[in-house]
Every structure is written in structure tokens, then in C-alpha cells.
Design a protein around this ligand. Structure first.
Ligand SMILES: [Zn+2]
Length: 275
């Protein structure tokens, strides 16, 4: 009996697709941990939008860095995020910030013996406020912890209105990354209208309280997705991947004792752009 002819094609550095011999070899100075969410995304994007985008960006960043000779490992995405104000929306799955802290602590401890210098928390969901986790964990680990909100890494100018949740940016990105999961009939997409806060201070930005999602929006979206295109999504994702890849290459060679630069510190071979 002959073997089925399926090409073997694990993506470089994507840990859940790689074998032990592949990961056992070489140096992996940087790891990426995508933080996603499971929540409604207007009427046209899937619940897993954030997780899908985070995992895909991580895989592409790993591939780009490996192609330049830097070992960057993309860990599996955490599929649940902080969604404490969306729990009245069916099948929204919330994990508490304290749970995220526990998961992150265990991941960091797991990585410590394996030569990982830096762990990048690749955030894909606005409700995941990861800074407090890093502030709490950083003093107890030699691994440099960093956060990237991937949707902020590219230029927003290409979008009429980038939007906040299932808006033009996120819709365009998913049309590029997973077009088979975007509802094709645009006439059915919600307009993503968001009601402003009744409080002056919240509207001005100096006061904050979490948004009760079902009070803010009727279709669960925040931002009008209807001008989105796969072409804009491709440009944006590629730009974000490029910039995050440079950041990872810089982390790989950075001296943890000298990460704030002045002219007295040599920056030999510190990558500023991709070759
Ligand atoms: Zn999202």
C-alpha cells in the first residue's frame, strides 16, 4: 500500500505544527504568544476572529524572522480573552485577568530553561489588557516580556475608518487571512454603530469605564466594516508583520541590561529594517 501523496508542509517556527527534532535544534531566542478571544464580531465575522488573526500574524512573523536567520517560535494562540462585559452575548467565553496571569506565569516558567530570551505577547483583542500581567511577572523572570497589539503595528491611514471591533480594519484583515470565514453578502453586515457614553469625561477620554457591549451596539460591532477590502487587509497585515518581525529580531540581539539607548552604548548589528 502506498502512502497518500500529501506534501509535508509545517510552517516554520509554528510550534504546534513542528516536530521535536525540529524545535530541539538551533537557537530560539524569541517566542510569540498570541492572545485571542471568543466573542461575536458583528454579523459577518466569526467568533474566533481575534484568535485567527493573532495566530496567523505570529506564524508570518516567525517565518519572516527565520528566513533572516533569527529563531522565532510561534506558540499556540490562547483562544479565550477578557470579555467580562459581553457575557450576555451567547457563546462569548470570558477568562479573567487573574486567569490570564496564571496561564502566562506557567508559560513563562515553561520557557525559562529553553534558551528563550524574550517572549512577545501578541495581543489581538482590545479587552486583553496585558500590561498589568507583564508588570507583575517581569521581576520574577529573566525572560524579557514585551507586548505588541498587532492591530496597532500597521498604518491606519488606508482605512476610511479603521474601527474598533469587527470594523473596517479587522474585516479587511480577515478577508485577507481567512476569506472563507467572512459572510459574503455585505447587505447583511451591521453598520457597527456605537453609542457614545453619556458621561462628558468618558467621551473626552480622561475617564474610563468598561463598555456594556449590548448597551453600546446593536450588532456587536464597533466601527463600520462595509468599505473593507481584502487588498487593504493584505497591505495592512504585511506591514504589521514586517514591523513586528524587526522588533523580534531586535529583541533577539538586545542586551537586557541596556535596552534604553544612548550614544555610550554600541548598537552593533542591531537590525532597524529588514534586509
Ligand atoms: Zn476582534
Amino acid at each position: 500500500m502506498s502512502e497518500p501523496i500529501v506534501p509535508y508542509a509545517p510552517r516554520p517556527g509554528v510550534v504546534q505544527e513542528q516536530t521535536w527534532p525540529a524545535m530541539r535544534e538551533g537557537a530560539w531566542p524569541v517566542a510569540l504568544l498570541p492572545f485571542g478571544a471568543t466573542e461575536p464580531h458583528n454579523t459577518h465575522l466569526p467568533y474566533g476572529t481575534d484568535t485567527l488573526l493573532g495566530a496567523e500574524v505570529a506564524a508570518r512573523v516567525a517565518a519572516a524572522c527565520i528566513a533572516q536567520g533569527t529563531g522565532v517560535a510561534a506558540l499556540p494562540a490562547i483562544p479565550f480573552g477578557v470579555n467580562t462585559t459581553q457575557l450576555d452575548l451567547r457563546f462569548t467565553i470570558n477568562v479573567m485577568p487573574s486567569t490570564q496571569l496564571a496561564i502566562l506565569r506557567d508559560v513563562v516558567r515553561s520557557l525559562e530553561p529553553h534558551g528563550v530570551k524574550a517572549l512577545v505577547l501578541l495581543n489581538a483583542h482590545g479587552g486583553n489588557e496585558l500590561r498589568a500581567l507583564v508588570r507583575e511577572l517581569q521581576p520574577s523572570t529573566p525572560i524579557v516580556l514585551a507586548i505588541v497589539n498587532w492591530w496597532q503595528a500597521g498604518d491606519h491611514e488606508a482605512f476610511e475608518q479603521a474601527g474598533d471591533h469587527a470594523g473596517e480594519l479587522e474585516t479587511a484583515a480577515l478577508m485577507h487571512v481567512a476569506p472563507h470565514l467572512v459572510v459574503p453578502d455585505r447587505a447583511t453586515w451591521g453598520d457597527g454603530h456605537a453609542r457614545p457614553s453619556v458621561f462628558d469625561g468618558v467621551r473626552a477620554g480622561w475617564a474610563w469605564l468598561p463598555r456594556r457591549w449590548t448597551q453600546v451596539t446593536d450588532d456587536t460591532g464597533v466601527g463600520d466594516p462595509r468599505a473593507a477590502s481584502a487588498e487593504d487587509g493584505a497591505v495592512f497585515v504585511e506591514q504589521a508583520v514586517e514591523r513586528i518581525a524587526v522588533f523580534c529580531e531586535q529583541l533577539a540581539v538586545a542586551n537586557p541590561s541596556a535596552m534604553w539607548w544612548d550614544e555610550r552604548i554600541a548598537r552593533i548589528d542591531f537590525p532597524e529594517t529588514r534586509k
